[in-house]
Design a protein. Structure first.
Length: 201
């Protein structure tokens, strides 16, 4: 019996190690996540980075709502069949797999990023997952399919209980950093307004 504490010390890091499967399961158990975002685009030919912010929502069974409020209004809806974008109250533009397959493929991957969908990620990227301890993790994605491998050098994700940051590193040397904060899991169902947005044609 005196060996049990030693065995427990040796085994506990293995038992408690965070994996990509465990992370996907963690995110799957969050049916609706709302968060604030701050986005910074660093473009090598511009003296100052471009900054924007707003609110986002990822619904497991519906898709992604991205509501930028500054420096101008932009509403984005992304589900399994379409991407709908409206800027400054202008009539919305709809992108589908039929009318713009490359753009739709990229935007469709956003859902996989937010939900740590291992199957989709491994179809498109070489995946390097690191358990940082205390529930923290990082995930580096290196594209292995076209056109992603022509656009991105890598995509880096990091977080804990939630996805906290995304860094998009493109082949031109530009970078986009998205920081997520103020995560909320309640209400666990969509509001009437959110449901209407996903249902709108």
């Amino acid at each position: 019996m005196k060996y049990w504490p030693v065995l427990a010390l040796l085994l506990s890091p293995v038992v408690n190690a965070l994996t990509l499967d465990a992370l996907q399961q963690r995110f799957t158990e969050q049916p609706v996540v709302r968060a604030h975002f701050e986005q910074t685009r660093t473009i090598k030919d511009l003296p100052q980075p471009l900054k924007s912010s707003g609110e986002m929502l990822i619904a497991r069974d519906k898709g992604l709502l991205w509501d930028q409020t500054t420096p101008f209004s932009m509403k984005l809806l992304l589900d399994d069949t379409r991407m709908v974008q409206a800027i400054n109250g202008q009539p919305p533009q709809t992108i589908t797999a039929e009318n713009n397959p490359q753009m739709f493929q990229f935007n469709h991957l956003l859902r996989a990023l937010f939900q740590a969908d291992r199957k989709v990620l491994e179809q498109n990227f070489r995946v390097a997952f690191v358990d940082k301890g205390e529930g923290r993790w990082t995930l580096r994605l290196t594209p292995i399919v076209t056109p992603l491998d022509k656009i991105f050098a890598s995509i880096d994700l990091a977080g804990g209980q939630y996805l906290d940051s995304i860094q998009l590193n493109d082949k031109q040397g530009d970078r986009t950093d998205i920081a997520l904060s103020q995560h909320k899991l309640t209400p666990a169902q969509l509001t009437d307004d959110e449901r209407q947005r996903f249902a709108a044609q």
